[in-house]
Design a protein around this ligand. Structure first.
Ligand code: HEM
Ligand code: FES
Length: 348
């Protein structure tokens, strides 16, 4: 929506979200350390190691939440509010993971004659042994990716990297997750990380993340297949008006691959591209606020009748002609040019 670079805006929702986020992190660390002290063998447990473990476990848990939000929001609109602040969660995840890495490096490498960062890479060359693998190097790979994502999360970078490059960069979250899984499992295999329950927790987390992605993918492809069956000449039967919640959207994909967000609001139905001009966020997961389609990711807005951002902003997305007949919504299979007006269809 912004014609030029502008700072991130703060609002009451973001402050409440950030307060809950920070309180959650502090509570997680406190409970982890308290339970660790109460249950572990005190001869082998120090506050330093418990803190390193607590920070690593907290970062890993947050990484699961980051990965789960996308598919959850596709499965149920109840999770959509979490999408709004995913950026803050990602930056907080990096800060917690970096704290874990810094304390871990100081504790295990900071008291020798070699520089701790050099020691991290050279002290254990056993890349050929599962039970003694230098698992910290896998943590370094994940941390570098989390850093790149956190550092480029600001709009400034979007204006310097294209949305496609930015999105590709952020897909690195999956290799980062794989690296952390191996970091934890190989760490446990070489005697770090305490209880064998940890291995089961990692397996359960992996199963949940993979299961959620597969379920959301099946649900979406079911919706897309239904859309293809409903193709009627140049018009797509997009289901009943009643199926679309007020001030929300239904997403469909045309046979040629266009993703369309069909919004119902104030007795009308309008259709625009599902792909936000900012960072390709899913507009169909947003809502109508003050008469404007509002992207769930960072709040950019578009007039549903023209696909244009309100003045003074100049962003545009494609619009689609729309009709309502006998309570059913029909959308043109071909898009209008970006920013071209398409009169919303009256529901009555
Ligand atoms: C430079 C990067 C990193 C270094 C040097 C590092 C170092 C370590 C060390 C030394 C341990 C074993 C601690 C112990 O003795 O119990 C550990 C465990 C762990 N790390 Fe990392 N780590 C790094 C990055 C990460 C990242 C990015 C994450 C998650 C996002 C992570 C998550 C974990 C977890 C969950 C454990 C197991 C916790 C436990 O020990 O109970 N680490 N890491
Ligand atoms: S506002 Fe950022 S992707 Fe839409």
């Amino acid at each position: 929506m912004a014609a030029t670079y502008k700072p991130v805006l703060w609002n009451a929702h973001k402050r409440i979200y950030d307060t809950i986020l920070i309180a959650g992190i502090v509570a997680y660390l406190a409970i982890f350390i308290a339970v660790g002290y109460a249950t572990a063998d005190s001869a082998n447990t120090s506050l330093e190691i418990l803190t390193i473990s607590a920070l690593g476990a907290c970062a890993f848990f947050m990484l699961h939440i980051v990965l789960a939000i996308g598919p959850l929001a596709r499965l149920s609109p109840k999770f959509l509010p979490l999408l709004y602040n995913r950026r803050h969660l990602g930056v907080a995840l990096f800060v917690v993971a970096a704290s874990h890495a810094i304390f871990g490096t100081i504790w295990y490498h900071g008291y020798g004659v070699i520089n701790p960062i050099v020691s991290l890479f050279v002290s254990n060359p056993r890349y050929d042994a599962i039970g003694a693998f230098p698992f910290e190097s896998l943590g370094v790979i994940a941390l570098v990716i989390l850093f790149l994502m956190a550092a480029t999360s600001h709009d400034f970078w979007l204006n310097n990297l294209s949305p496609a490059v930015w999105k590709t960069l952020h897909m690195l979250i999956y290799p980062a997750y794989g690296s952390v899984v191996l970091h934890v499992l190989l760490g446990a295999a070489s005697g770090h990380g305490g209880s064998p329950l940890y291995v089961w927790a990692v397996a359960a987390g992996f199963a949940i993340i993979v299961g959620l992605h597969i379920t959301a993918g099946i649900a979406q492809s079911g919706r897309d297949a239904a859309t293809r069956r409903n193709l009627d000449g140049d018009w797509i039967d997009a289901g009943t008006v009643a199926d679309i919640p007020e001030k929300r959207a239904r997403r469909i994909t045309t046979p040629s691959g266009h993703q369309i967000a069909i919004f119902k609001y104030d007795g009308k139905v309008a259709a625009i591209s599902n792909v936000c001009a900012h960072q390709m966020g899913p507009l169909a997961e947003g809502c109508i606020k003050d008469g404007l389609v509002t992207c769930p990711w960072h709040g950019w807005q578009y007039d549903p009748a023209t696909g244009r951002s309100p003045a003074p902003y100049t962003e545009k997305v494609e619009t689609f002609a729309v009709r309502v007949k006998d309570g059913r919504v029909f959308v043109a299979a071909k898009p209008n040019p970006k920013g071209a007006a398409a009169t919303p269809a009256a529901i009555g």
